[in-house]
Ligand binder design. Structure first.
Ligand code: ATP
Ligand code: SF4
Ligand code: MG
Length: 320
């Protein structure tokens, strides 16, 4: 096995006036070289916080940051900002943040924004960086003369291609994509997904693909991690997950997608995701779970190993 990234018991809690928000609460998973994982879950389940925790991009109101993020054998969660910026962020792992296409600087030309990571994180000269920027922008399907344009002159889909080009330009091993298509219309979304699939095949990159759209995730993932209230409740290889989801939450998520469940009635998950300040005791899903038992209300289920590479956090599968 050639493990590339190991996330172990990662925690990221925020402090707020209302209390401590346990946004990432002991998340563990690993991916091999070239392998991609989709992290799926409803809004507020902690997906973006997980992305930031992996990169140690922490806001000011951090209450707790703990756990390990072992990249190529090195625990990068212990590195300081200077080390992370010079050796890890962009060069080894790059990040397409949620709603990134709206974060391009409106008064700086596309080309000048594209070359920034190369100059600051890879030590390129400006001339070398421009050459690479032209190569990259063409690779993602944008005419090269667009490097002299400003973001407002590009459509949403093109801006997203620029953001993807920016994430790839430093030739990282892993790209974290946080809802990379959520603000786009269906056709543009399909085009961007096709681009991501092509990049993955041609460059052998690993994605950590974050989405609330479980159907979209099936397009890109070798593995799936389902997040609920700050925790991974199911971790599985994609084939097993899409044919035989184990956790009641995963089953409900899948049956709420018409395209994946043509043979079944579409169901919606009743209730709302829990507060991460005062999550329900026991299994955090119990107030919404059709199978909740007494123990579910009292004790938190551990992540139970079902078979190689398949884990579920649910009392229905034993563990006690
Ligand atoms: P979405 O699908 O809406 O993007 P998400 O799964 O990415 O949601 P996060 O953005 O990680 O979820 O947020 C998880 C929880 O942490 C939410 O309750 C959110 O309000 C809270 N949160 C996020 N950032 C902070 C912060 N800096 N301070 C306090 N709470 C925060
Ligand atoms: Fe439902 Fe209990 Fe399993 Fe939680 S542990 S998902 S409440 S059956
Ligand atoms: Mg998010």
């Amino acid at each position: 096995m050639d493990t590339m990234l190991q996330v172990e018991q990662l925690k990221l809690y925020y402090i707020t006036l209302k209390g401590v928000v346990r946004a990432v609460d002991g998340v563990s998973f690993e991916i091999d070289r070239g392998e991609s994982i989709a992290i799926v879950g409803e809004s507020g389940s902690g997906k973006s916080s997980l992305a930031r925790a992996i990169l140690k991009l922490l806001p000011r109101n951090v209450f707790l940051y703990d756990g390990k993020v072992i990249l190529d054998g090195e625990d990068i969660s212990k590195l300081n900002e200077a080390e992370l910026n010079s050796r890890v962020r962009w060069s080894k792992i790059s990040f397409v943040p949620q709603a990134a296409m709206n974060s391009l600087n409106p008064v700086i030309k596309i080309g000048d924004q594209l070359i920034e990571p190369l100059i600051y994180h890879k030590g390129y000269s400006k001339d070398e960086a421009i050459k690479k920027a032209i190569e990259m922008i063409t690779y993602v399907g944008i005419p090269n003369e667009f490097i002299n344009r400003y973001p407002f002159e590009l459509s949403g889909g093109m801006r997203q291609r620029v953001i993807i080009a920016m994430a790839l330009i430093t030739e990282p091993k892993i790209v974290i994509l946080d809802e990379p298509t959520s603000a786009l219309d269906v056709i543009t979304q399909a085009n961007i997904m096709n681009l991501l699939k092509r990049v993955r095949l041609e460059k052998g990159i690993s994605y950590i693909f974050i989405t609330h759209d479980i159907a979209l995730a099936s397009d890109l993932a070798d593995k799936v991690g389902v997040m609920y209230a700050g925790k991974i409740v199911e971790l599985s290889d994609a084939d097993t997950f899409y044919t035989k989801p184990l956790h009641p939450y995963s089953q409900l998520l899948l049956s709420s997608v018409p395209s994946l469940r043509e043979d079944k009635n579409i169901t919606y998950i009743k209730g709302t995701p829990p507060s991460l300040i005062n999550p329900p005791p026991g299994c955090r899903f119990h107030p919404r779970c059709p199978f909740a038992m007494d123990i579910c209300r009292r004790e938190e289920p551990p992540l139970i190993s079902i078979e190689k590479g398949v884990y579920v956090r649910c009392w229905l599968y034993g563990g006690k």
